[in-house]
Ligand binder design. Structure first.
Ligand code: NAP
Length: 305
């Protein structure tokens, strides 16, 4: 490995990103010298030159690894030499690495989510039972964007049945189509993300996952699930939003005494997986998680002052 590693994140806007905090902590814990920088790249077409320039830095070896976030997870694919099977299936890249002079795209959101879900006692206990019994659990995924594609792929690969609820049902249908065609399992259904459909949705659900940005700072009073409708009984609520740590959706889950998790665990897991790809070193998850949670708690206190 090189003596000093240069890593970074492409996306826009990046002002509130805590990825540098997590990766710089990973460097420290792993005893590796390096830094992780932000590369704000405007959405296409305005960001084209900038995107090309950052990618070229990586080809020249001036950068050793890149993460990619909104709005470039799909557009960046055209600038790479290869995709691994996961990012090809998800049609989105969040991590780029160089191997044999080739730029390769992968997607650690998938393993990040699945690893964090497995950390939740309820799903850790059920993991082997799930695999052996063939009796799939059913998840309801809210939203049908890039993160939803990663979550759906991860859940299907672990044997879950999935329903996608989206405000534009055609987006949900697109995801369902790509999987129902390739797996022949026909395990994805779609509904509209509105009060009436959610009220009428009677399938037994073990997990509801928010993949929309609703509830994210600064619009913290928003919630993708209508307040007047209780969550399905005995469901685990997983909100991909992590800023704030306690979103309206998580507050509602707690009020209904349901198990719940914010997206901070997934954020740390996907970052740690990327770090491992670039360095070959597994950073200590718990230290990264504590650092990220402390930071978000402190910024909340600053805002409340
Ligand atoms: P995206 O590709 O823009 O997709 C967002 C999805 O949310 C789309 O389906 C969009 O519907 C829907 N949506 C947006 N506003 C909505 C509203 N007012 N009502 C109903 N649906 C709405 O974004 P993404 O990459 O999937 O990311 C989504 C969220 O996940 C972001 O908050 C991101 O920070 C978070 N995330 C977290 C992690 C983590 O590690 N914790 C990882 C990835 C993403 P339309 O298509 O109709 O606009």
């Amino acid at each position: 490995m090189k003596k000093y590693l240069n890593l970074g994140l492409i996306g826009y806007p990046l002002g509130h990103s805590i990825s540098p905090l997590i990766h710089n902590e990973s460097f420290k814990a792993a005893g590796i010298d390096g830094n992780y920088r932000l590369f704000p790249v405007l959405p296409m077409p305005n960001g084209e030159n900038e995107l090309l320039s950052v990618i070229e830095k990586m080809r020249r070896g001036e950068l050793d690894g890149l993460n990619v976030t909104i709005p470039h997870k799909t557009t960046v694919i055209d600038y790479l030499d290869r995709l691994d099977p996961v990012s090809r299936a998800v049609e989105a890249v969040n991590t780029i690495y160089l191997k044999d002079d080739l730029l390769i795209g992968t997607n650690t959101d998938v393993s990040g989510f699945i690893n964090d879900l497995a950390r939740q006692p309820r799903f850790a206990e059920n993991k082997s039972a799930l695999r052996n019994s063939g009796d799939s659990q059913h998840a309801l995924v809210l939203g049908a964007g890039g993160a939803a594609r990663a979550i759906v792929y991860g859940l299907l690969s672990k044997g879950w049945k999935v329903t996608i609820a989206a405000r534009r049902i055609e987006q949900a249908n697109k995801i369902a189509h790509s999987h129902n065609n390739s797996s022949k399992l026909n395990t994805i259904k779609t509904i509209s993300l509105n009060k009436l459909e959610l009220l009428g949705f009677k399938t037994r659900i073990s997990l509801v996952i928010n993949t929309t940005p609703l509830g994210m700072f600064p619009d913290t009073d928003k919630c993708p699930w209508p307040n007047v409708i209780p969550f399905p009984q005995d469901t685990f609520i997983y909100d991909l939003v992590y800023n704030p740590l306690e979103t309206k959706m998580i507050q509602k889950a707690r009020a209904e005494k349901l198990g719940n998790a914010s997206g901070i665990g997934m954020l740390v897991e996907q970052a740690a997986e990327s770090f491992f790809i670039w360095t070959g070193v597994q950073p200590p998850r718990q230290i990264l998680l504590d650092t990220a949670i402390n930071y978000l708690d402190n910024s909340k206190k600053e805002i409340q002052k």
